[in-house]
Write a protein that binds this ligand. Sequence first.
Ligand SMILES: Cc1ncc(COP(=O)(O)O)c(C=O)c1O
Length: 398
Amino acid sequence: MNPDLERLQPYPFERLRELFADLAPPADRRPIALSVGEPQHAPPAAVCEVLAGSLDRLARYPATRGELALREAVADWLAARHGLPPPDPEREVLPVNGTREALFAIAQACVDRSRGALVATPNPFYQIYEGAAFLAGAEVRFMDLTAERGFLPAPDDLAPEDWERCQLLYLCTPGNPSGAVLSREQLAAFVERALAHDVVLVSDECYSELYADEDAPPPGLLDACHLAGNPGYRNCLSFHSLSKRSNLPGLRSGFVAGDAALIEAFTRYRTYHGCAMPPHHQLASIAAWRDEDHVRDNRERYRGKFRAVLELLGEPLGLSLPPAGFYLWPETPIDDREFARRLYDEEGVTVLPGRYLGRDAGAGNPGAGRVRMALVAELEDCIEAATRIRSLLGRLAC
Ligand SMILES: Cc1ncc(COP(=O)(O)O)c(C=O)c1O
């Protein structure tokens, strides 16, 4: 077996199952899960129709690079959304089967394991970054995200010798779990440092379309490249997905855009890996990227849930509205695991202990003492969950 498999950590949800193994939530109350970041809103009907109407396409093998029409839809979307000159759909855009597989695969394609490879990631982080680094034969360096610094990483989080060795650096903006957004200037500072040290920047922007202020959409790595004087996106890749934007996690559809040379190498890797997007998913994806109405509606629904939940939990948990994403990331009055256990056992509500999303890289686990709550359930369930959380907080305060 590949010995690097042994380096993979148990996934947070495996840990959660273990944590709850001896508990029995109240039988008379419906269980409510705020633990998994899986969108629950209905997918756009028009996209489903295209999907169902294009099943005849199953008779053909899809190309790794995807249909030009999909790459054009993505390039047009990027240009309109980020005010960019349209990226070249032939060289600067590549469809992928959701960001998860692509965030994993990019490390396999880019990392040179013969050079004492180092990969950097925020901490807490989406677990795939670490697993991807391990299976690419790399060591991992963490950039701890703390409340004092707005849960944002900065280039100086890595020591100069780590910048020297680093080959790939993950960013996640808007962040999971905090919803914090890196500004164009902050992203540009990463671009400048990455160019100086020849590091590949991978920006996971899969929450970019779920934002609080309709007039302030989060910037992305490609916008920052223009600010940093890197219009050819050298060393920079931005990762997007329809999963959260369009409530299509089952479609497995996203894209990577940026550095043409990296995209060419990544396409070569993927040709052997064999992960072309199914043809009918490509057509459905075109319909999704070409429509913004359902995305605006989606944002409104999340705003409604944030408003209602923050009314109940804002004050007792010291929470305010995050700029983006669908998570709350509060501090807990007791140990995060114990809080999650009691909430499940006494109230039937599942949240994820923050420590399961982070690592102790020397200064303590920055996820400890917090929990992640995903506001993905229906509004009524989110309100019911928040009410039950308030009950537990009331008992804890006594
Ligand atoms: C930060 C982050 N990146 C990537 C993903 C993967 O999403 P998908 O593969 O559906 O695009 C998720 C999913 O929850 C996530 O939270």
